[in-house]
Structure formats: structure tokens, C-alpha cells
Design a protein around this ligand. Sequence first.
Ligand code: NAP
Length: 247
Amino acid sequence: MTRILLLGGTGDALQVARALHAVDVYSLAGIGKVPVDLTCAVRVGGFGGAQGLQAYLAHQRIGLLIDATHPFAARISANAAQACRDAAIPYWALRRAPWQPQADDRWQMVDSWQQIVAALTLYRRPLFTLGREPLAHLDEIPSDQYWVVRCLEAHAGDARASVIGARGPFTIDGERALFDRYDIDVIVTKNSGGSATAAKLDVARERGLPVVMTRRPELPPADREFDGPAALLQVLRELKPHYRAAR
Ligand code: NAP
């Protein structure tokens, strides 16, 4: 039986992990919650780069690696593709399609923190949904701005920033209330794709607000790529008929 190593840390990955077997392994970096109700083994923490991962693949006799990490987790994806090449095992990837701007959207595409700062000079009340990065810049907030940062960690914020610790999915009503409460005039986000965190873009569209959108990093090509857990589980079931349906 092919032993699977699933690299996770996303809701999509967890859906796939729930269908894995006791011989398979679900791997997390260790920055979020660790599920305790899975049938498969769960391991937590880095491998020590591509070489460390290759050694792990050999030692654990892994026959297939599935990369279901977040599309902005580019380092682990590059390491995983390299390790699979060196170990001569298949590298599959679960990658949600990126969000696409619609007719009324006002997106400005950026690639770096410096570009974000430059894009915000016209605005006063940004909502950041980028992860932790803005927390490193709280002491650089321009005097005419008030920041709202939503990320996984709770944080005290400061006199000119509120930090909201929250995990999606987010509803459109909840996002409307958040925008109203903080008088948001621009969103700063990254192109994660998927439906769990897309409601903020719907609210920006209905209010005609601009979106500063970070482009995805370049990711390594995969031997097989899937755009959602259901498609991946379908193929896994064909390989091993007893894999359960996605929940
Ligand atoms: P990253 O920059 O690509 O990875 C940093 C290092 O963390 C990797 O080199 C690796 O350490 C370790 N690592 C990452 N994912 C791992 C996994 N699933 N299992 C074991 N080790 C892992 O990743 P990141 O952007 O810091 O994200 C870390 C984790 O959070 C990822 O698993 C990702 O799926 C999840 N996540 C990220 C984002 C995001 O926006 N970046 C959003 C939601 C969830 P070694 O080199 O020592 O192996």
C-alpha cells in the first residue's frame, strides 16, 4: 500500500487528512491548531529543508507526497518538489484557483510590503487580512492611518491599530459589520482563493472600496494538480478504493 505524506495547514488539507488511513501521515508546520481526531498519523514541525524532507521520505517509506499547503507557503512547496524529485516519488499538489477580479472590482496588484505601503498612502482605515506580517510594522503606522489587522493570533494592538484574532470562514454579514465598525476604506489581502475568506471581496465590491491584492508567489509544477479536496479524494479512492468521500 502506498504510504502518503500530506503537507497541510489549510482547511482543504484537513478535509483530505480526515480521509487518510493509519499508515498515512499528515504534517503541520506547528503554527496553528493540531487536530487530535484523525485516523492517520500527525507530525508537527519542519523537516530541515529539502534534504531533511528527502531523508524523512526515505526513512518513513513514503510513496506519494501531496502538497496541500497554503499557496503563499512557497518555501515548503519548493522543498517538497525538490525532495520528491531527489527521492523519485510523485509530487501532487492541491491548489485552489486564485480569485479573479470582477467587472466592478478596484484591485491594485502588489508583490511586496513596500508596494503595499505605497498603495496605502491615499487611505486612512485599512483592513489587513494578510497574516502576521503587519504586526511587525505597527510602529511604522503613518500618523494619519488607523490599521485593523485580522490574523490567526490575538495581539494587544496599540493606540493606532486593532488586531483581531480570527479564523475563517467569514460570512458576508459578519464582514459588513466589521467594515462598519472600523469604517474601513481599503482592504489589503493576498490572493488565497477559495470561498472561506472571499466575503470581504464581496463587501468591497458592493461598497466600491479598493483592494490591495498581493499576487501569489511562483510555485513548483506538480506531477498532478487538483483544485479542491473532492477532486483529489476521487483520485485517491481510485488508487485505494476505501478512501472516504470528502466531508
Ligand atoms: P513556508 O514559508 O513555505 O515554510 C516555512 C517552513 O516551515 C518550511 O521551510 C518548513 O520547515 C516548515 N513547514 C511549512 N509547512 C509545513 C508543513 N505542512 N509540515 C512541516 N513543515 C512545514 O510556510 P509559511 O508561509 O510559514 O506557512 C507555514 C504553514 O502555515 C504552512 O504549512 C501553510 O500551509 C500554513 N498556512 C500558511 C499561510 C500563509 O499565508 N503563508 C496561510 C494559512 C496557512 P523546514 O524547511 O524545516 O522543513
